[in-house]
Design a protein around this ligand. Structure first.
Ligand code: FEO
Ligand code: CA
Ligand code: CA
Length: 632
């Protein structure tokens, strides 16, 4: 088969097999580590597969790495765009590395642990853009001078200030993009910012508290994981591990079935805000829990706008929100619930998107239908399983969801979306993380990051979750029937099953045939498509480089050709980081990527490498030294 025929082939399974043989043939190490033009932030790595069989992948894949730096292919460099604590205006206090900075200061500075982000170009000016960036959580060992759990109300306020969203302006100056410190668009939305609740659950009794008897006004968004960008120019930030922020002053408090299902426990999970802020004390404010776990919509171009929690999209541990459009023009939002054995959802708006008047879509996400996915057992193929699936509607009065099964209204269905989805027997997945939609063929990709409990706890092995005690993860793909995201049925396959062929011979733990010793990774999490259709894969995995994970090194970013299945390692992050959050400049010549929690367990001073310095989560900008399109 010549190259052209190979790229046009439709039998992916055959393609993947060919890819692996090709990798093994090209696996010898070549090239040498070196510094790039005095830029110590990034290092050029050992190339492991320079020869390209993919028309999409134009860079040399690099080796795994364990150094406290960013490693890139030869011909690429990285620079820091913004770091945790950087003041967002000239008047904001400077970052204080001692940990003694105040909560008020943190409210005016770039938040901690940056995660998902979206870039919004200024209309008519591709050299100016806003970046809306999630700040997921914080590391107490670096946030506070005392380095431990919060000890005061001020400590809790500072933690809340470090989370949420940062909106920043960036501008291109010469070849590089830089943060604009004094832009009027720079803004923090944090854990104490006023936010509105809207949609079918807004105003429900379960959302009312002593501080808000309307059930429509809430303070704050926190645990903001990944994101979405709407066609009408707004940003979606997704509240993930919100339950961990709650605890109870009554260690014996009995939680109901829904509270348990969402994971609340009296002791809190290390976050420990409830002893110092009664809002997070389940013994005093149990309904506060119901006011979090939503998708929040933000207009980045209106710094005065109030963010809105869109309850029509359901309440769960939201990872991200991937937008698509039905054949008849309505908005589709694909969403994962990141917990072992939880589900994949889809929302379809009632009304069509009005593309020529963005503001007319301001309430589009308040009306529509929520669905949850059921996957069949598939064909059971050991390397490349595939099958069929369907979307089941989560609407009060349908599919057995009514008062007799515990749901008095659609508001209750949405607040307890997990319970409604269980009722219709949705498929329990291996921790759904990011979902993205291909810009070239509309196929949808979802990372199933790992699930050590697969095979236990009522979670059967099979279908898109094929491996018992799954420590490596896989990437699921589906194609809507009739090429219509409005279809209630779809076909699925597994794009890649991660594994370690250096430790485990063959399948299943060696991974699928597009995994080899040169590109192996674990726990795929972030995903991003560039305009040309390259699939970028970001990992949040075990970085021990030992045992099951020997040879995988630090967390990393890879790039895949969706047509051939070929995957190459593009970037390796610093020590103990997670790589998460991805956006591209409009010309695709700069890739913005997030480095979250470097040194979360110590061992890192990235990116400044100051003596006894602290590591700082940062967004970095990656460019090709020759100014070309990244990845090409
Ligand atoms: Fe915040 Fe599931 O990652
Ligand atoms: Ca994630
Ligand atoms: Ca993860």
């Amino acid at each position: 088969m010549n190259l052209l025929e190979e790229n046009q082939a439709t039998d992916l399974e055959q393609m993947v097999g060919l890819t692996r043989r090709r990798f093994i043939g090209a696996g010898a190490l070549c090239g040498a580590a070196m510094f790039l033009g005095g830029n110590l932030l990034s290092r050029s790595a050992l190339a492991v597969n320079a020869a390209s069989a993919s028309p999409l992948l134009g860079f040399a894949g690099i080796a795994a790495d364990t150094r406290d730096t960013i490693t890139l292919p030869p011909g690429y460099s990285a620079s820091v765009l913004i770091s945790w604590g950087q003041p967002l205006s000239r008047h904001a206090p400077a970052f204080d590395p001692s940990g003694n900075g105040s909560a008020k200061a943190q409210e005016q500075q770039f938040g901690d642990n940056n995660d998902g982000m979206s870039l919004f170009a200024f209309p008519g000016d591709n050299n100016r853009a806003l970046l809306a960036i999630n700040n997921e959580y914080t590391n107490y060992r670096y946030l506070y001078a005392h380095g431990g759990a919060p000890q005061s109300t001020e400590d809790v306020r500072k933690a809340l200030a470090s989370e949420g969203v940062s909106v920043i302006e960036v501008r291109r100056s010469g070849d590089t993009w830089q943060f604009v410190q004094n832009s009027r668009y720079n803004r923090r939305i944090h854990g104490n910012s006023p936010i509105r609740l809207s949609g079918p659950a807004a105003g429900h009794d379960w959302l009312k508290t002593s501080a808000d008897n309307t059930g429509k006004k809430v303070l704050g968004t926190f645990q903001n994981c990944a994101n979405g960008k709407t066609p009408w120019g707004t940003y979606l930030t997704c509240e993930e591990n919100f339950t961990d922020c709650f605890g109870s002053s009554n260690p014996q408090q009995a939680f109901d079935a829904a509270q348990k299902r969402y994971g609340v426990v009296a002791a809190s999970k290390e976050i420990n805000w409830h002893p110092h802020d009664p809002r997070f004390d389940m013994a005093k404010n149990p309904n506060e829990l119901n006011r979090h776990g939503w998708v929040v919509e933000i207009d980045p171009f209106d710094p005065q706008s109030t963010p809105v929690k869109r309850t029509a999209l359901g309440r769960f541990k939201h990872e991200n929100a991937a937008l698509a459009e039905t054949r008849d023009g309505r908005a589709v939002v694909y969403m994962g619930d990141d917990e072992r054995g939880e589900f994949i959802y889809k929302f379809i708006s009632r009304d069509p998107i009005i593309h020529d008047n963005p503001k007319a879509n301001k309430d589009l996400l308040d009306h529509g239908t929520l669905y949850v996915a059921i996957f069949d057992a598939g064909d059971g193929d050991a390397d490349h399983p595939r099958g069929k699936g369907q979307w089941v509607e989560l609407t009060h009065g349908k599919n057995g969801i009514d008062a007799s099964t515990g749901f008095a209204s659609q508001a209750e269905v949405l607040i307890h979306a997990r319970l409604a989805a269980s009722l219709v027997k949705a498929t329990r997945m291996d921790r759904p993380e990011w979902i993205v939609v291909s810009p070239t063929d509309g196929q949808v990709y979802c990372t199933l990051t790992n699930n050590a409990k697969r095979g236990e706890d009522g979670q059967p092995v099979g279908g898109p979750n094929p491996r018992e005690k799954n420590v490596y993860g896989q990437i699921l793909r589906w194609k809507a029937d009739a090429d219509n995201h409005g279809s209630s049925t779809f076909s699925w396959d597994l794009f890649v099953v991660a594994g370690n062929p250096g430790v485990h011979a063959g399948q299943p733990k060696g991974g699928s045939s597009n995994i080899n010793p040169q590109n192996m990774f674990n726990s795929p999490d972030g995903l991003g498509f560039d305009k040309a259709g390259r699939l970028w894969i970001l990992t949040d995995g075990d970085y021990s480089n030992a045992g099951d994970f020997a040879g995988m090194g630090n967390n990393q970013m890879l790039c895949a050709d969706p047509n051939t299945g070929e995957i190459r390692r593009f970037m390796v992050g610093p020590v103990a980081c997670e790589v998460t959050g991805i956006s591209f400049s409009p010309d695709q010549k700069t890739l913005f990527v997030g480095i979250q929690h470097p040194g979360e367990t110590g061992g890192s001073t990235w990116p400044e490498h100051l003596p006894n310095g602290k590591p700082r989560s940062s967004v970095v900008a990656i460019r090709r030294d020759d100014g070309g399109i990244v990845g090409a």
